[in-house]
Design a protein around this ligand. Structure first.
Ligand code: FUB
Length: 356
């Protein structure tokens, strides 16, 4: 190991968080890294992995794809999931995970009609909280909460969705004792149906030169079961401080995630129609966030969705692709290492690198 590399590693450790594996001497050429990615659970189709470390172990909370017989892609109808599993591992690079089985089923949720989409889990006190979107009996997406005393469930749902919740893809982030929920997704995710948190008669996606629709953030109540405030827009700005436009290939579409690195807040997301994972950096959990680059180039399949989590001194990117099935609605979980440049920007990774 070169002395410069040792110094960089020690510096990263001193600054807190997991160490970057990039030495200060290595330059980011801008070309996507050919980082090998490992499939995590080849035995079944799973997607939208939300990863967290609980009790020293890495837990993954995915959606559970299956051949439901619905093949209509409109509004994401063929993502017709009916249950959640929990996976865990102490060695993500091995690709081996423990499947803790079904931890919540659609028929257990009194208010839900169909489509258990991307979920996330938070831990406070003695309880684990699973946040999940589902269409209610009127086919409107709401966000529900289910609880467990273990990170691997089973989870018991609350009788009703969270008051004032709408759209999809909840991601929960803890910062200095407060919990924030990020959410939203365009098109099938119904975000275009809301303005100022009020449902509109019909959903409108702004024109290409208008401001893009923002995802939302709200602090959670002390009991973690409700929103503690009106959801607020998460503004993603360009370098000049202007909100990204609806026609920008890097604008938000769905799959929000938040992580903190060296005191900065990294809001990451999928661009949906342009099939990228991107990120923007801010100074607090509410933003605004300044667009900073692409994390992952397009994968095989229509959707791209991710989480970012440090574990045992490294940062990992969890995502999915449809390469094994060849079908957009049957996705497989993947993981690869994520690397930072010395200035705190993330290295772009190619979405199509094969297993090591
Ligand atoms: O898995 C269903 C939906 O597809 C998710 O909620 C979106 O983020 C996209 O991955």
């Amino acid at each position: 190991m070169k002395i410069a590399t040792i110094c960089t590693t020690v510096l990263c450790l001193l600054l807190g968080g997991a160490a970057s594996s990039i030495s200060a001497q290595e330059k980011d050429s801008g070309e996507p890294l050919q980082t090998p990615a490992r499939y995590l659970f080849p035995d079944d189709y799973m997607a939208d992995p939300s990863a967290h470390v609980f009790e020293g172990k890495l837990y993954i909370y995915p959606s559970h794809d299956w051949e439901s017989g619905v093949t209509n892609p409109d509004d994401g109808d063929y993502y017709n999931m009916r249950d959640y599993h929990v996976l865990s591992t102490e060695n993500p690079e091995s690709g081996k995970v423990t499947d803790h089985g079904v931890v919540l089923s659609l028929e257990e949720v009194p208010w839900a009609g169909r489509q258990l989409w991307a979920c996330d889990v938070a831990h406070k006190g003695d309880t684990y909280y699973l946040y999940f979107p589902a269409k209610d009996l009127n086919d409107i997406f709401r966000i529900g909460v289910a609880t467990s005393d273990k990170p691997y469930g089973p989870f018991t749902p609350q009788p009703d969705p969270m008051r004032g919740s709408y759209s999809i893809d909840p991601a929960v982030f803890e910062d200095e004792g407060a919990f924030y929920i990020y959410f939203g997704g365009l098109q099938g995710g119904q975000l275009q149906r809301y303005r100022d948190n009020k449902a509109q008669e019909c959903g409108i996606i702004p024109g290409k030169t208008e401001e893009a629709l923002p995802p939302r953030v709200a602090r959670l109540s002390d009991d973690m079961l409700e929103l503690a405030e009106e959801p607020q827009p998460v503004m993603i700005l360009d370098k000049e401080g202007n909100p990204l436009k609806s026609g920008d290939p890097h604008r938000f579409f769905e799959a929000a995630w938040m992580h903190k690195y060296k005191g900065k807040y990294y809001f990451s997301y999928s661009t949906g129609t342009t099939h990228l994972l991107c990120y923007a950096i801010g100074d607090n959990p509410y933003g605004p966030f300044t667009y900073a680059g692409e994390i992952l180039t397009p994968v095989v399949g229509w959707t791209t969705h991710h989480s970012i989590c440090p574990y045992k001194g490294k940062w990992y990117l969890f995502f999915h692709d449809s390469a094994p099935s060849g079908k957009s609605y049957l996705r497989s979980l993947k993981v690869c290492e994520l690397e930072y440049n010395p200035d705190g920007t993330l290295r772009t990774i190619s979405g199509t690198v094969k297993e090591p």
